[in-house]
Design a protein around this ligand. Sequence first.
Ligand code: SF4
Length: 234
Amino acid sequence: MKNDESPPKNSDSLRQELVRGILYIHSRLNANTSETLEALSLLAALVGLMQQKGLITDEELESARQAAGARLSEQFEQKGLGILLQDKEEDKYTYESSVTIDCSSRVHLCRAACCRLAFALSKQDVQEGVVKWELEKPYLIAQEKDGYCSHLQRGAMTCSIWEKRPVPCRAFDCRRDARIWIDFEKRIPNAEVGRADWPHCLENEQAPGAAARPAGDEVRKVISTKLGEEVIPL
Ligand code: SF4
């Protein structure tokens, strides 16, 4: 007798399958969102100008389209449409600009503040299926209620997925971030890292060291999400 039953899948492989499916759905949704945005921008501009003038030039139409596109794009972002991924895909296993800091001798001062910063994962992270992300905010790193990354081991304050940590975790340089260190060399942390609402309590402040970032646009884009900038919607 033919046996149609395939061997049962374990929870890890099921999750991998689910993540691949969700990634595909989000990719399609994202493509559709982009096309809809484009169509709505053009239509809004055309209708608006036709109503006002009855006759338009290409320059006028393009100008109005761009303005309408920017406006609609802002509305889409406010409504949480679209997905968030690192805007330049880097292979984390060959990434060459990793920053080396003796975290273990300083974590009692900085309180692992870098592991409270939000950032978007890469497709590599998502497809690998190890790094957790927020199901309601794809694909931001998953954080617990206390704001810390889900992969941070409390107590030791170490990363449970160190070998597979995302690129922003490898590239982030806390020495240059005044939200964390007033003076890195003198081991003086920003006292604000002790606050439960850090880093949001600093959102309206201009951190003196925030502008000092590694040279090179590509690297900056990859790590910027851990430096407090907006994540980039694809
Ligand atoms: S993945 Fe590891 S290094 Fe990166 S934020 Fe989470 S705990 Fe920190």
